[in-house]
Unconditional design. Sequence first.
Length: 159
Amino acid sequence: MGKKKTWREKLGNDNGLPRVVEIDERMSSRWGEGTVVIPAPREVDAMMRAVPEGKLTTINHLRETLATRHGATIGCPITTGMFARIAAEAAAEDEKDGCVDITPYWRTLKTGGEVNPKYPGGCEGQRERLEAEGHVVVERGKRFLVTDYQDRLHDFRTR
């Protein structure tokens, strides 16, 4: 059995992505008709890196931007979420190794402004980072939500 890949190795393996494909019958009941862009892991990471302090994004916001950039109807919800997690874990590996210029994964939220419990540090770790940047995070049951996140969404059209 081979050695398990690091998160950085997973992030660096684009496997022929990005790719735009037709939404087939199997997918159409869930995603409608048209095309879907399957992004590359490094593309998702680059977008997450582009979100400056004080701004936020969501997985859906990333998907919409990816679809626009690639001329697709939608961005793939499965791979975009997976690649965001890989980018977050790779950033944690980098930080552990002393790198200070890491992907600010805590600025990428789930739908509805929810903090992603699967990211490194869990909800509490992200809450600390977000609050240090001036965001207000509230706890609702087991979920952590950033208030007014919509007002702080990063505009990917500007650089």
